[in-house]
Design a protein around this ligand. Sequence first.
Ligand code: KG4
Ligand code: ZN
Length: 336
Amino acid sequence: MKILGIESSCDETGVAIVDTEQGLLAHALHTQIAMHQAYGGVVPELASRDHIRRVIPLIEAVIKEANLSLQDIDAVAYTAGPGLAGALLVGASVAQAFAWSHNLPAIPIHHLEGHLLSPMLADPVPAFPFIALLVSGGHTQIMRVDGVGQYELLGETLDDAAGEAFDKSAKLLGLPYPGGPHLSKLAEQGDETVYSLPRPMKYSHDLDFSFSGLKTAVLTTLHKIEAEKGTLDTQNKANLAASVQAAIVDVLGFKAIKAIKESGLKRLVVAGGVGANKQLRAFLTDEMQKRGGTVYFPPLQLCTDNGAMIAHAASERVKAGLVDLSHKQYGESVRP
Ligand code: KG4
Ligand code: ZN
């Protein structure tokens, strides 16, 4: 069965085709980063309009890349939410129109389930059960995953997401949007020991997080540096970037390993945009190795939003018997 997947929850239009037997056949992506950069963040109205412009050409591109015709598609999956309401509606409308006109099922997919199962798109495929650290621009969660559709939330952020903490701190440092990758790159030149930033909730007796205090700490540190030195020179900027990254990675890593210890499981899956962070990858790879366990990451280009993870999640749901394919129900409401 060939499933066309459409992702349009934020600032990436992603389209892919996954075969339930053969896996990923083709994927294509248009990122709106350059368009939103001038505004320092995503402008929802512009995002929706750009999804409309991009989605059909991307569908044509993946059909061509997979050497298929429109008639070969057996179902259409789309991100139903969470995300920007207007942006989600573009993907939902196109997916449902396509499905309806070809008399196919339309499969709504939860964006986070897409991220959660995306490490299965790489080799080796993690077996169930596993602990998942889901770290994106909008969410930070630790989950126990016993199978497709069997997810237990063990902890989450009480305020800002990890990606948000990266992005907001980066903005304070004057780095372009989206800040995470820029801050991480700058941090490579910095010394994380020069400025000490708080590790919020690191030792709380649960698996929850809190990152909102971090940006205040960054701002306070910036004011202190400016009061003492006048301006923030390049080296100090890199040092502060390194401290921000160290603080975020420290808390994320500590809690992920805490979940591993408490669950007794040996497999850790990391997904979502922040999963692309090199320092987080290195820390968790090392820690899991020490424990005789394994950490799984999605391929780098599938860490951030993409259509492959949506088509793949739909494929997994179909294989697990969780989708009623005879029931062509259109109009599944968008979950912002
Ligand atoms: O999963 P994603 O593409 O979108 C959401 O569903 O939110 O995640 C985007 C987030 C942004 O906050 C971005 O700054 C962050 O992932 N990110 C990174 C890195 N690459 C992307 N954060 C830290 N280091 C990176 N290398
Ligand atoms: Zn995402």
